[in-house]
Design a protein around this ligand. Structure first.
Ligand SMILES: Cc1cc2nc3c(=O)[nH]c(=O)nc-3n(C[C@H](O)[C@H](O)[C@H](O)COP(=O)(O)OP(=O)(O)OC[C@H]3O[C@@H](n4cnc5c(N)ncnc54)[C@H](O)[C@@H]3O)c2cc1C
Ligand SMILES: *[C@@H]1O[C@H](CO)[C@@H](O)[C@H](O)[C@H]1NC(C)=O
Ligand SMILES: *[C@@H]1O[C@H](CO)[C@@H](O)[C@H](O)[C@H]1NC(C)=O
Ligand SMILES: *[C@@H]1O[C@H](CO)[C@@H](O)[C@H](O)[C@H]1NC(C)=O
Ligand SMILES: *[C@@H]1O[C@H](CO)[C@@H](O)[C@H](O)[C@H]1NC(C)=O
Ligand SMILES: *[C@@H]1O[C@H](CO)[C@@H](O)[C@H](O)[C@H]1NC(C)=O
Ligand SMILES: *[C@@H]1O[C@H](CO)[C@@H](O)[C@H](O)[C@H]1NC(C)=O
Ligand SMILES: *[C@@H]1O[C@H](CO)[C@@H](O)[C@H](O)[C@H]1NC(C)=O
Ligand SMILES: *[C@@H]1O[C@H](CO)[C@@H](O)[C@H](O)[C@H]1NC(C)=O
Ligand SMILES: CC(=O)N[C@H]1CO[C@H](CO)[C@@H](O)[C@@H]1O
Length: 560
């Protein structure tokens, strides 16, 4: 087998695309497409040793994976989790381990689409939708490949790869097309292939701040901004969905549209929280940016031990409400708190964090307070060093935790019990403190779950399984995750979850990720622009029980 990317099977590139008007014109392309699919079983080729070595050396590099059409960050997007033989992975703990590729090791296509199209213009997307409409092929859209829920890959889909859409511009008098000329904004407009690292650097060059994710290679225009989009600055400056001003998009009916507050408003609302890969292919997004923001950073670490776990988290739970109201945002782990604050002075910051500092000092921890003139140098020092690892299976499983739980002693003690339950299962709590607590939200301006507007923390536990695990090992990991998910759901009745980082096995996903009312409106908008369901992804708007049965998570459905 010939590796041509981290999935050693690779995938085939669709080169020339012409805009045609009759379905019969697609019959040749359609028959070639089925030939490509068949190649997965019949082709045996000589290994390209240099290509294999490069993949092995970079197997756990997010940057390497972000630049390939056939690599995703987490293995569940590449393997078919329900069918352990339907995958083609290396041993991520040791990518040179021959167990993965020698002596009859399996190499199957998994969830990786057999064919991709590198999108360079709206016309490419229009042609792809015609092909899909005429041949019944479903389309998947991939940008950076960070999705935890397998929504940017898919068995037998035609993959549209967005990474080549690299334009970036800054406008200090941006007016969304068709809006009153008086409504000007500082805005950055990014092509669909631009990632966070590029937007952060570009904004800084223009003395501006882009409010973005805590990861260098998450995309600016894809699943992040279309589903929610949190930042450590969200407590003060809001979510990605709050800050986006305009989308340029090709909808599945083949029309290139502009969606903003003044035209295609239904689509604009749906794209602000409805989720990626659902309403069309976004070619470009424009985002409100802020002037350079001076920040205070608190980086407090402790050597985590069996005895520090509970008192450390008690301090976090007891103080988080006050901290958020003072403008802090960041991440908490059993051994660290790394927070930024754009509102406090250095002295105020030290006073505010005193309980955590005292605990760290009493437990051999380290305490650093720093002032930065802007976000970018903070990003360079802290984000790369604290990013989550990739190249493995990582299933997310979080829920949004409302401020109200932190307000009462009962609520705080319930939260502590849940955090201890995560610990007891051998997992580590995942806690981005990113609720838009101080952001002045306009009612129903976005379609994500209204639970965001009450949220202080995102909290949860993930799940994982080894690259070569058996189905029963995978099912056991999902059963543990489901137990934790039901506990946190009981803690937050009527609440919600951030779809991008929620458990894929959430039972009432429509309710949890959007709320019943938003879901009904989103479904109507989906049916208006994509009546044939040419775009279909796992638990995206319009997903059905029949789709579930055919999905690569089917073997986990009955454990919900
Ligand atoms: C290491 C890591 C760190 C993360 N950090 C954060 C964080 O700090 N804040 C946060 O909010 N989230 C974070 N996430 C979650 C992240 O927001 C989601 O994984 C998100 O879906 C990534 O979007 P993407 O476009 O980069 O990825 P992809 O996997 O390429 O796409 C995700 C979804 O968007 C769709 N999509 C992509 N491009 C387009 C397009 N041009 N038009 C239409 N649909 C499109 C895809 O079809 C898919 O449904 C993180 C995830 C990882 C793995
Ligand atoms: C891949 O890994 C090799 C060896 O570590 C390194 O020299 C090379 O720069 C990497 N390539 C990419 C594209 O990251
Ligand atoms: C979609 O496909 C149908 C046949 O299923 C065809 O009649 C119609 O013209 C196609 N529409 C477009 C926009 O290609
Ligand atoms: C929110 O706005 C959308 C889009 O305009 C609309 O379809 C929906 O009905 C609104 N929901 C509520 C509760 O007002
Ligand atoms: C946290 O607050 C509770 C009361 O709500 C108190 O019992 C506990 O001692 C506090 N813990 C710490 C470490 O401050
Ligand atoms: C701190 O470290 C010292 C030296 O390693 C050790 O003797 C001491 O017990 C530690 N204290 C705590 C509270 O962990
Ligand atoms: C919040 O928005 C409302 C209406 O848009 C405005 O009247 C109010 O002053 C704003 N509050 C803050 C703190 O910006
Ligand atoms: C899976 O791979 C590991 C090495 O990463 C190996 O030790 C283990 O035996 C393998 N398990 C199975 C079931 O093959
Ligand atoms: C899940 O919880 C149930 C009931 O609380 C328990 O019986 C079961 O063993 C748990 N399963 C796992 C995998 O932890
Ligand atoms: C393992 C695998 O994915 N095999 C697929 C190869 O392509 C054919 C034709 O589409 C499928 O039927 C197989 O399932």
């Amino acid at each position: 087998m010939a590796p041509s990317g981290p999935n050693p099977f690779g995938l085939y590139k669709l080169v020339a695309v012409a805009v045609v008007t009759l379905c019969s014109d697609w019959s040749y392309a359609s028959s070639s497409y089925s030939k490509w699919q068949l190649l997965n079983k019949t082709t045996s080729v000589k290994p390209d040793e240099a290509a294999c070595a490069a993949i092995q050396a970079n197997y756990t590099s997010a940057n390497y994976r972000a630049n390939l059409p056939n690599a995703w960050m987490n293995n569940q997007d590449e393997m078919c989790s329900s069918v352990p033989l339907n995958q083609c992975l290396l041993d991520n703990t040791k990518p040179t381990d021959p167990l993965a590729f020698a002596n009859g090791a399996v190499c199957n296509q998994g969830m990786i689409p057999p064919v991709y199209l590198e999108v360079r213009s709206p016309e490419d997307v229009i042609a792809a939708f015609e092909f899909a409409n005429c041949t019944g092929t479903k389309i998947a859209i991939k940008n950076s490949g960070h999705d935890y829920l397998t929504r940017s890959s898919g068995v037998d889909r035609l993959l549209l790869w967005m990474r080549s859409m690299q334009q970036l511009s800054y406008n200090n008098a941006f007016v969304p097309e068709g809006c009153p000329a008086s409504e000007t904004n500082n805005a950055i407009t990014a092509g669909a292939g631009v990632n966070m690292d590029q937007a952060f650097a570009f904004a800084e060059q223009h003395d501006m701040t882009f409010i973005g994710a805590y990861a260098a290679t998450v995309g600016v225009s894809g699943g992040w901004v279309q589903a929610g989009g949190h930042s450590v600055l969200s407590p003060v400056y809001g979510l990605g969905i709050d800050r986006v001003l305009e989308f340029k998009i090709v909808t599945p009916d083949g029309v290139y549209r502009t969606a903003n507050a003044c035209q295609n408003q239904d689509l604009f609302w749906a794209l602000r929280g409805g989720g990626g890969g659902s309403f069309g292919v976004v070619l470009e997004t424009s985002h409100r940016v802020e002037p350079l923001i001076p920040l205070v950073v608190a980086a407090i670490t402790i050597p985590a031990t069996a005895t520090t776990f509970t008192p450390w988290f008690e301090i976090m739970v007891n103080n988080s409400l006050t901290w958020s109201q003072q403008g802090w945002g960041g991440h908490i782990t059993p051994s660290s708190l790394i927070d930024v604050n754009p509102l406090l002075t250095l002295d105020e910051a030290k006073e505010s964090m005193a309980p955590a500092v005292a605990f760290a000092e009493a437990n051999n921890g380290s305490v650093v307070f720093e002032e930065y003139p802007s976000y970018y140098p903070f990003y360079l020092k802290y984000v790369g060093a604290n990013e989550l690892g990739v190249g493995n299976v990582h299933i997310a499983g979080s829920r949004l935790i409302p401020q109200s739980l932190f307000e009462t002693e009962t609520g705080r003690s319930q939260l502590m019990q849940y955090i201890q339950a995560i610990h007891a299962q051998g997992s580590s709590p995942y806690i981005p403190v990113v609720g838009p607590v101080l952001y002045n939200y306009t009612t129903n301006s976005t379609s994500a779950t209204p639970a965001w507007r009450e949220a202080l923390w995102e909290l949860g536990a993930g799940a994982s399984w080894a690259w070569n695990s058996t189905l029963s090992q995978r099912q056991a990991a999902v059963a543990k995750l489901n137990n934790l998910t039901s506990l946190v759901e009981q803690l937050t009745p009527g609440g919600g979850a951030y779809q991008n980082e929620a458990s894929p096995f959430t039972g009432d996903w429509q309710e949890a990720w959007w709320g019943a009312e938003n879901y009904a409106s989103l479904l109507a908008i989906k049916n208006k622009y994509d009546p044939k369901g040419l775009l279909s992804c796992y638990k995206c708007v319009g997903w059905s029980a029949a789709d579930e049965t055919n999905s690569c998570f089917a073997a986990f459905a009955d454990s919900q």
